[in-house]
Write a protein that binds this ligand. Structure first.
Ligand SMILES: [Zn+2]
Length: 85
């Protein structure tokens, strides 16, 4: 997903702004892998294969999302693995 598009997203929980941690991008500034962090509630939303995984809490698939962060911990050294506050 393009950086410009990602900048328009907000937290589905509280509508606050998100900060973006870019892990992988291509040569056209497409974000391939990254983490969106809510500045207010500290929820994290992974970007996987260019798609932000953003759903309200009741629809989130934490058992599916968590292994992605575990992999990124090994590959990119991210340290905070908590998806929900
Ligand atoms: Zn939030």
């Amino acid at each position: 997903m393009k950086l410009k598009t990602i900048e328009k997203l907000c937290c589905p929980f509280d509508k606050h702004d998100l900060t973006l941690q870019v892990l992988v991008k291509d040569t056209t500034e497409n974000i391939i892998e990254g983490i969106l962090n809510c500045t207010h509630c500290q929820r994290k939303y992974p970007i996987v294969y260019g798609v932000p995984i953003m759903a309200p809490d009741e629809y989130r698939q934490i058992p599916l999302e968590q292994p992605i962060l575990e992999r990124w911990k090994l590959e990119y050294g991210i340290s905070d693995l908590k998806l929900l506050p």
